[in-house]
Design a protein around this ligand. Structure first.
Ligand SMILES: C[S@@+](CC[C@H](N)C(=O)[O-])C[C@H]1O[C@@H](n2cnc3c(N)ncnc32)[C@H](O)[C@@H]1O
Length: 249
């Protein structure tokens, strides 16, 4: 069974990954972006703008989770493990570096009022930062007010314990009540990026719910039936809020 440490993360090719997944926006992702936009808009309705600290874990070569958090954040941190992806993210978040391939996702976001006054090409350079981190090292010492984790806990290992641990580490990095979005490929048997193969754990709606529910105060699961390549059966999007932790007496 392939574990996280066995996969060739240092060979992950972000340009090939973007070509495969995001350069031509897929209906599945645009649908997810609409759901994200509406959920975060509901969560932050009436709250002061731009005060939250956001995190996207395992950001890889995907900027749309970070874009979805922009209106509410004073800072967004992209945590990533693979060195080539870190370099990609640093280029995208340098002043003026955000690629036009992300415009189609931004256009969907601006259908909600909160996004309309934000210029992503300047705001990303101002407030988004990149840091190398291993998901498994998140232990609750640093916690964020809003968080996203897209296709990471399910797409990093074949091992059920590592999936559970990945979800737990992400949830423990969220402050009490923090809104979050997590996406999994459904029933994925693994995926290729260029010449290299990466492992996956077969997540279905029940496994997603079991992993997330202990940490959540509010949870909605969207079972999306879009199949974007052979070797999976759709996508699962989880939207919710982190449960408050009861302080020890
Ligand atoms: C399928 S990609 C998803 C990337 C991106 N979030 C997206 O939505 O397309 C899986 C990502 O998990 C990252 N990853 C793998 N192991 C990790 C770990 N232990 N800690 C943090 N990120 C990890 C990979 O480098 C890669 O960027």
């Amino acid at each position: 069974m392939d574990r996280n440490a066995d996969a060739p993360w240092s060979k992950f090719d972000p340009e090939v990954y973007v070509d495969n997944n995001y350069r031509t926006p897929l209906e599945a992702d645009l649908h997810i972006v609409r759901l994200l936009r509406d959920y975060f808009s509901r969560c932050f309705a009436g709250s002061a703008p731009a005060l939250a600290r956001g995190v996207d874990v395992g950001a890889g070569a995907n900027l749309y989770p970070a874009l979805s958090m922009l209106p509410w954040c004073e800072k967004v941190l992209l945590l990533e493990y693979a060195p080539p992806n870190i370099e990609y993210l640093k280029r995208q978040t340098a002043p003026g570096g955000l690629g036009t391939e992300w415009d189609a996702f931004w256009d969907v976001l601006t259908e909600a009022p909160a996004y309309r006054d934000v210029d992503p090409h300047s705001r990303v350079g101002e407030i988004v930062r990149v840091e190398r981190a291993n998901l498994f090292d998140l232990d609750g010492r640093r916690r964020w007010d809003i968080g996203t984790m897209f296709f990471v806990a399910d797409s990093m290992s074949e091992c059920p314990e590592e999936f559970q641990r990945g979800v737990r580490c992400f949830m423990e990095a969220l402050a009490d009540g923090a809104p979050f979005a997590v996406a999994f490929m459904k029933e994925s048997v693994g995926y290729r990026v260029g010449e290299h193969r990466y492992p996956a754990y077969r997540v279905n709606e029940e496994r997603a719910r079991q992993a997330l529910e202990p940490f959540t105060a509010e949870l909605e699961l969207h079972d999306l039936h879009h199949v974007v390549r052979p070797g999976h059966e759709g996508m699962i999007l989880a939207l919710g809020r982190r449960k408050e932790e009861i302080a020890a007496p």
